[in-house]
Ligand binder design. Sequence first.
Ligand code: NAP
Length: 508
Amino acid sequence: MSFTGINPATGETLAGTFEESTPEEVAHACWQAAAAFHTYRKLSGEAKAQFLERIADEIMALGPELLERANLETALPIARLTGERGRTTGQLRLFAQYLREGSWVDARIDTALPDRQPLPRPDLRQMLIPLGPVGIFGASNFPLAFSVAGGDTASALASGCPVVVKAHPAHPGTSDLVGKAIRKAVEASGLPEGVFQLVHGTTVEVGMAIVENPLIKAIGFTGSFRGGKAIFDAAVRRPEPIPVYAEMGSTNPVFFLPGILKDKGLDLAKAYVDSVTLGVGQFCTNPGLAIVKQSDGGDAFISQARLAMAQTQPTAMLTKGIYQAYTSGIEKLNSHSRVLIASKSETVVEGFATAQPTLLSTTADVLVDNPELTEEVFGPSSLLVTADTKEEMLSVANGLEGHLTATVFGNPDELAEYADLLEVLEQKVGRVLINGFPTGVEVSHAMNHGGPYPATTDVRSTSVGTNAIRRFARPVCYQNFPDALLPDALKADNPLSIFRLVDGAWQK
Ligand code: NAP
């Protein structure tokens, strides 16, 4: 079956047709990935680093064609896509540096104690090794940075795992171009073809065929709760269950305290609406819930936020389906008798998938009694919640499910007073922010982009930053191995010069 790309700004069919991968093709891709694993897993950190850098170079060599195609397929502006390409190549290069440094393998050595009483201790050496072929689902909202050569692919390849990527059907042409760049890098690096495989699909069957293939050893996913949970459940039902790292979005509550609202409320209101509407609100870190402490500053903040929202411009979303989910999400919230539309863009633009930015409002007691109101509405909207007291704010926080982020805006003295709120939030999310909006996720060593269920299916992991590599590796302990048979990371003279935990002390 063939399909085409669609321009979400106009509804027009784009040039080029793409073939839905057959079950046989998916099985062959998985088989090739498994065959390549035997070679690829043994590559040195330096060789993998060079390969990742080569992918980054080949992506840049695609030039404007990549950005133009992504713009047509996603309606995201060229400037945003240029930034996203920088993030994509930047994260590949960051993983390359991380591999060269090498200590990520977490080498641990307990030297033998032959004279220990009552029993001698054997020589024990542990490190992380790659899991095996990984299935990756490209995300619709980051056609470059979380798609074919995105964070999941970069971290899996960095750990030594071949990947089978399912392109997101919303940007097949962009996916093919990036796939071509990666294949060139594979060839130029002299690696087996199976290190990188790309499949297409517009139906769940293609993705499920990857998840259920016995040669696949882990899954990386970014998208809806429904999709992520279905994939997680299928992976658990396999005869050999495998880990699924699904990032399924979040409402990212932001708490505004009265002191800072009094001092900076008007500026914060504008910045909040900017953050809600950034990228047409199509970020998993979008601040979809704002809890405002009732006060004069709070009232001024809300009035200013309503004004700023009214002045926003409607913009095309990524797909018609995402637009429809957005409008029905707003309708569902608004159908609650105590949730009101506080403000929406005053400009009306009729378009194929054009969303009207919207602010809704309710009160803390309503939110506490109706936790379903905290569910994500993916797009440029946010629910403003007024709380009469600090206790109400704490009740809202205590009632939250797992989210990716939570933020508190406050002056230094009131932040100290609200330390208990920060403590509750730490239990609910993967990243707690003070005085900054959650959109704009740094790709770095200390970043954590994850969180308790239902934000993700594995609270212990991040899908952004170098720590993401650990998702695709597992520990192995080598007992009483002769030095010559040990991996370099564990050899006596530490030839890789990495940090290792030797008899309980970190050393190089
Ligand atoms: P999606 O529906 O979750 O799809 C993401 C990918 O997973 C697609 O390749 C899709 O394939 C596949 N998939 C979905 N359900 C599946 C299943 N049951 N079995 C196997 N594969 C499955 O996400 P989307 O299309 O990007 O957007 C839909 C909604 O997802 C949005 O409205 C938004 O709520 C949410 N979303 C969240 C994030 C986030 O940041 N976490 C990002 C983007 C979207 P097919 O399309 O071929 O079925």
